[in-house]
Design a protein around this ligand. Sequence first.
Ligand code: ZN
Ligand code: ZN
Length: 141
Amino acid sequence: MTVDFEAQLRAVSLRVTRPRLAVLAALRDHPHVDTHTVIALVRDELPTVSHQAIYDVLQALTDVGLVRRIQPAGATARYESRVGDNHHHVVCRSCGAIADVDCAVGHAPCLTASDDHGFVVDEAEVVYWGTCPRCATAPTS
Ligand SMILES: [Zn+2]
Ligand SMILES: [Zn+2]
């Protein structure tokens, strides 16, 4: 799948800048990374960009919905560029590894609450917790 980041930015009326493109590319190649990892990845490409500039880019992209911020309980915030499909995550209790889980029953069906109590629901947050394969097979001492 090829993604035209410049078109994505223009579609939300954000100016196309190299840091913005670099953050989107970093998140495409490395989903579910934390802020520090995003900074390291972007500065690999663009060594002169400041930490603050990258924080600002993450904030701006999250605000317009091009980037999704996820924060499992007790974990640091992670970012991903797979947005709009209301997918879920499975998180390893042991090492914090995160993987995507498609909605089990079609497109964003979790938005249909069994009883919405009259609320207008726009997001369903489901986190599956468990042990990742690497941790499950690691020898216990
Ligand atoms: Zn693990
Ligand atoms: Zn994800």
